[in-house]
Design a protein around this ligand. Structure first.
Ligand SMILES: [Zn+2]
Length: 147
């Protein structure tokens, strides 16, 4: 999916949690959730985080290890070391998993546990279904903000 689709899906989840759950969505946990939603594409040289860390896209295959549960665990441990806050870790994890869910729809798919079976769909990134998905997320976001 396009970065903006991942961002919109993360924002939508944050809004749903804010409005309909007791999960504490604050500016900080919201940033962690959105960072988690964008983080896995750090292995892609043209992505939001990838542009700043091009070396990672040279080392890691796109939708490989960095898009796996193992990377999520590593990131959660790093966040725990930097900021011992279970809600920040949970928010990052929710965002990261939202990214994986959208990437499961892609024809290239991904292996959530790095090894084993690939989960894939037939929704190509950057093409009209991606744009439709983005538009739907945006529409629901606007609805949630207004009502
Ligand atoms: Zn991705």
């Amino acid at each position: 999916m396009m970065g903006k689709t991942h961002f919109a899906f993360g924002l939508l989840i944050a809004l749903l949690l804010y409005k309909f759950s007791s999960f504490p969505i604050t500016i900080i946990t919201g940033i962690f959730l959105l960072a988690g939603a964008l983080f896995p594409d750090i292995d892609h040289g043209t992505s939001f985080f990838g542009k700043k860390t091009k070396i990672l896209s040279m080392i890691f295959k796109h939708r490989g290890f960095i898009h796996s549960v193992f990377m999520l665990i590593i990131m959660d441990l790093l966040i725990w070391l930097i900021k011992t806050d279970i809600y920040c870790i949970a928010a990052f994890s929710i965002g990261f998993i939202s990214h994986m869910i959208l990437d499961f729809l892609n024809p290239n798919g991904l292996k959530p546990f790095f090894i084993g079976k690939k989960i894939k769909g037939n929704l190509k990134a950057g093409e009209w279904p991606d744009l439709v998905l983005f538009s739907c997320f945006l529409f629901i976001i606007i609805f949630l903000v207004l009502f």
